[in-house]
Design a protein around this ligand. Sequence first.
Ligand code: ADP
Length: 257
Amino acid sequence: MTQQYALEVNDMSFRYDRETVLDNINLKVPQGAFLGLVGPNGSGKSTLIKSILGLQKPYKGSIKLFGTDVNKYKDWSKIGFVSQKANSFNSGFPATVFEVVSTGLTSKIGLFKFMKSEHKKKVEEAIRAVGMEAFMKRNIGELSGGQQQRIFIARALVSDPNLLILDEPTVGVDALNVQNFYDLLSHLNKEKGITLLLVTHDIGTITEKVTHVACLNKHLHFHGKTAEFESLKDKDLSAFYGHHVHVLSHEHGGQPV
Ligand code: ADP
């Protein structure tokens, strides 16, 4: 039986006008994986994520979500997305944590004041899942950057996503909270079985948490399990940033795992 991947990127290339920013990307993310996608600034991470979300066209090659081409994919409520927007609400913003999280269900619930109790329960569950139940009635603007990012995850969780994509979610979050934040992601991956794709330019902080690593710098320089990445990290990491490494999984005949 062929394994169904949460995400498959096949021979994918993308260019803005004349500049090719993604060159022949092949990436397979098994269901249940926690993939860290790392690369320096300008390496094409956001462009790849936008393409995966169906927001960046046209490109060469194909992208599939749970076996379906992105251009035909319909079940977007099952794909959660959290972008870099720590501290995006200032202290005067007039919405509670509960209200912000419930906007993740907006298309289903209609007006907030007519929300059904089953939907209220879902929202509360999502807030509990990110450990923010004590803040349910607080104004979102009073929360720190890291707390706000937890709330955005809760907002993505209310529709029970199978895949959660996070684009540099810890920008602007202090170091201690970054660790707590990664613990939360690990928990969602292990306990709830959500496939995660975490985009970051910081390779060092994620290797303890992720099951797979992909290193992008226009090309995919490495794609494999974290243990394999760790075994070559010391000797080849600087080379990755210097664009010299071309390593794929040896065990799998050069195929990404
Ligand atoms: P990252 O997310 O890794 O920082 P990006 O995907 O944002 O990288 O950018 C990759 C490359 O594409 C960079 O060289 C960037 O300058 C360029 N780029 C990004 N957006 C545009 C755009 N709208 N038009 C032209 N070039 C762009």
